[in-house]
Ligand binder design. Structure first.
Ligand code: GLN
Length: 246
């Protein structure tokens, strides 16, 4: 089996070591004897919607979001829509997450998004939402915790069509007031959790890999468990940091 990951704008949309998520996915595939292929799609480039188990877009400053937003809609929106309709997995982090929605408004400036999910983001007047965060989610059918780090000035509001990724246990989440974090829609996940997110939450990395492979190779695909001592420790420490507010 082969897990083919397409990384969108790796040069612009990569802060707080979001690239670490890709390294982690790669290792967890290779450790199981699953081939891993990474391709990148940057500014001005188009991609074929077939042949990807997963799409990934990381976080970015407002400046970087402004650089990629128009290009994202113009050269990649259609292919991303086709991928999602075909069950490809997608993970969008922070600035990338914000661009899944209709728009990101910052004062008089409005950055148009992909409009693939019913959400919008507005730059708040208050302080940025920064710090460790823990959320509870039932993404893979059982009650799970995700731990990470958030740093955003944009506040995201989900519309009636959108389902949150989880409920905030500690930290701020989408907007610091409604108790929701992230979004999920089919095999698409958007979240404010950086960190990098996946090394601190190995179960989520495996969920993404397994979902992507099942979509390509059938429901029988099952990932072999790995020796996760370090990963479990990383998860515990990140969770404890969020819960104790450090
Ligand atoms: N520029 C966005 C904000 O501050 C996203 C930042 C990020 O990706 N960390 O809201």
């Amino acid at each position: 089996m082969k897990f083919r990951l397409l990384s969108l704008y790796p040069d612009q949309m990569n802060i707080y070591a979001d690239r670490g998520n890709i390294i982690f996915l790669r290792n967890r595939c290779l450790w199981r004897g699953i081939e891993f292929e990474l391709t990148a799609c940057g500014l001005g480039e188009r991609f074929e919607p077939s042949g990807h188990e997963m799409l990934y877009i990381g976080g970015g400053q407002d400046r970087d979001q402004r650089t990629v937003a128009g290009d994202l809609v113009e050269t990649k929106r259609e292919a991303i829509g086709e991928c999602l309709a075909g069950g490809t997995v997608m993970l969008a982090v922070c600035g990338g997450y914000q661009l899944l929605g209709e728009s990101y408004e910052s004062g008089s400036d409005q950055i148009g998004g992909l409009g693939l999910v019913d959400l919008k983001t507005v730059r708040g007047d208050g302080p940025r939402l920064i710090g460790p965060v823990a959320i509870e989610t039932d993404l893979d059918g059982s009650r799970r915790m995700l731990a990470g780090f958030e740093n955003h000035g944009g506040l995201t509001w989900l519309g009636p069509q959108a389902e949150p990724l989880g409920r905030v246990i500690a930290g701020h989440g989408n907007n610091g007031s409604d108790g929701f974090e992230g979004v999920r829609s089919g095999n698409l996940i958007g979240t404010y959790l950086h960190g990098p997110l996946l090394p601190k939450n190995a179960w989520l990395a495996d969920h993404l890999i397994e979902t992507g492979l099942k979509n390509a190779y059938g429901e029988d695909v099952e990932l072999r468990p790995l020796e996760d001592g370090l990963e479990t420790a990383a998860h515990r420490v990140a969770l404890a940091a969020a819960i104790s507010g450090r």
